[in-house]
Design a protein around this ligand. Structure first.
Ligand code: ATP
Ligand code: MG
Length: 372
C-alpha cells in the first residue's frame, strides 16, 4: 500500500519563519493528487519533503504504514520528475532510462524488458539509440518519465514536469501522463501552477497558499475533486485562485430579511444553496462571488434572470469563441462574457448584463470562509 499521510507537517528553512505550517491530509493509494497554488507558496518544498530531499521540521510523514521522516530518499521507493529533467548527455536514450536500474544491480534481461515496455508506452522505441541532444523537448521529457516508470516505484512525484514544453506539447503530454497514471495506478503527486492541468489531471486537488505569519493559518486552503473546488470554493482564496477568467468577488450586503443580496443597487434573490446561511447572516456585509460565465447579455444567456448589472466598459478581451468584457460598476470591476462577436460595444460604452443568481457564492468578508 502506498498512501501518503501528512500529519501536522511543518517546515522552516530559517528558525522562526514557517514556510509550511500544519499540513494534514492523506493522499490515497493509487490516487493522482495535484498541488496547486501561487509561486512561493511551498509546493516544491512539500514534494521534496515527501521525496526525502528536504528535512521535515515538525509533524509526521508516512508512506503506507511506515513513518519515513528519517528514511533516506533511496529507501522511500519513490521516483521524482522535475521541471528541468536533466538527462545524461553522453548516454543514449536506452541508457538514460536504464541507468537507475543498472546502479540497483537489476539483472540485464529484466532491465531490457522494462526499458522496452516503457519505451513502448511512451512512444520512444524509435529513439532508443539516440543521444538527448538529438531529441525534441517533448521527447526528452518522455525519457525523463521513462526513467521514473521503469523503476516501478510506489509513488511518483512530479514537480511542474511540463512547464518547459510549448503549449501544444503540454496539452498532449498532459493527456499522456493522465492515461499513464490511470493504467499504472501508481500513487502520484503532481505540482503545477497551471490551472488547466490542475482541473483536468487529478482525482483531487490540494489548493495551497503562503501560510504567512499568523500561527493559526495553514498552507492548505481546500482539498477536493476538481468539480468540488470549482463549484463550491470553501473560501475567498480558492474562489479567486481557481478559474480563468477569475470569479468576480463583489462587495455586497444581505437584506434585513435575509432573502436578497444587495450589490451596487441591484437586488438579487439569494440562491437556494445559501438560503439558510443568508437568514443567519441577514443584514450583514458579504462578498458576492459570481463567475464571469454567469454574467451575460440578455439575448445570449440560457438562464432566467431579472437581475441586470449596469456599468461602463473598460476593456474587451476577444478569446475567439467568446469575448470577456470588463466593466466598471461604482468603482469595482466586473467581468462578464459575451458570446457573439458581431455588433460588439466599445470601451466607454454603457452595458447591462444579466446575472445568473442561482450560481452565486457568498463569503464572510471577515473570516473569508464560504457561508454555510
Ligand atoms: N533552500 C531554501 N532556503 C530558504 N528558503 C527557501 C529554500 N527553498 C525554498 N525557500 C522558500 O520557501 C518558500 C517556498 O518555496 P517553494 O520552492 O516550495 O515554492 P513553490 O510553491 O514551489 O514555488 P514555485 O511555484 O515558484 O515553484 C519560498 O518563499 C522560498 O523562497
Ligand atoms: Mg516549485
Amino acid at each position: 500500500m502506498a498512501s501518503i499521510t501528512l500529519d501536522h507537517i511543518g517546515k522552516s528553512y530559517t528558525p522562526g519563519v514557517d514556510v509550511i505550517r500544519d499540513l494534514t491530509f492523506e493522499i490515497r493509494d493509487g490516487e493522482f493528487m495535484v498541488f496547486v497554488g501561487p509561486s512561493g507558496c511551498g509546493k516544491s518544498t512539500v514534494l521534496r519533503m515527501i521525496a526525502g530531499l528536504e528535512s521535515i521540521t515538525s509533524g509526521t510523514l508516512k508512506i503506507g504504514d511506515r513513518v519515513v521522516n528519517d528514511v533516506h530518499p533511496k529507501d522511500r521507493d519513490i521516483a521524482m520528475v522535475f521541471q528541468s529533467y536533466a538527462l545524461y548527455p553522453h548516454m543514449t536514450v536506452y541508457d538514460n532510462i536504464a541507468f537507475g536500474l543498472q546502479i540497483r544491480k537489476i539483472p540485464e534481461a529484466e532491465i531490457r524488458k522494462r526499458v522496452q515496455e516503457a519505451a513502448e508506452t511512451l512512444g520512444l522505441n524509435a529513439f532508443l539509440d539516440r543521444k538527448p541532444k538529438a531529441l525534441s523537448g517533448g521527447q526528452r521529457q518522455r525519457v525523463a518519465l521513462g526513467r521514473a516508470i521503469v523503476r516501478n516505484p510506489s509513488v511518483f512525484l512530479f514537480d511542474e514536469p511540463l512547464s518547459n514544453l510549448d503549449a501544444e506539447l503540454r496539452v498532449h503530454m498532459r493527456a499522456e501522463l493522465s492515461k499513464l497514471q490511470r493504467r499504472l495506478k501508481t500513487t502520484t503527486v503532481y505540482v503545477t501552477h497551471d490551472q488547466v492541468e490542475a482541473m483536468t489531471m487529478g482525482h483531487r486537488i490540494a489548493v495551497l497558499r503562503p501560510c504567512g505569519k499568523d500561527p493559526g493559518v495553514s498552507n492548505l486552503t481546500q482539498i477536493g475533486t476538481p468539480m468540488e473546488i470549482y463549484d463550491t470554493p470553501a473560501n475567498l482564496f480558492t474562489a479567486g485562485f481557481m478559474g480563468t477568467p477569475k470569479m468576480n468577488l463583489l462587495k455586497a450586503r444581505l437584506s434585513d430579511d435575509g432573502r436578497d443580496v444587495l450589490c451596487h443597487g441591484v437586488r438579487m434573490p439569494v440562491s437556494e444553496a445559501f438560503r439558510a446561511a443568508a437568514l443567519q447572516h441577514r443584514g450583514r456585509d458579504v462578498v458576492l462571488g459570481i463567475r464571469p460565465e454567469h454574467i451575460g447579455a440578455a439575448h445570449e444567456i440560457d438562464w432566467q434572470s431579472d437581475c441586470g448589472i449596469t456599468g461602463t466598459i473598460e476593456i474587451l478581451e476577444p478569446l475567439g469563441h467568446e469575448v470577456i468584457v470588463h466593466f466598471q460598476v461604482h468603482g469595482e470591476t466586473v467581468s462578464g462574457r459575451l458570446r457573439s462577436h458581431t455588433a460588439l460595444p466599445a470601451p466607454g460604452d454603457p452595458i447591462t448584463l444579466k446575472v445568473k443568481t442561482e450560481a452565486m457564492h457568498l463569503f464572510d468578508p471577515v473570516t473569508e470562509q464560504r457561508l454555510s
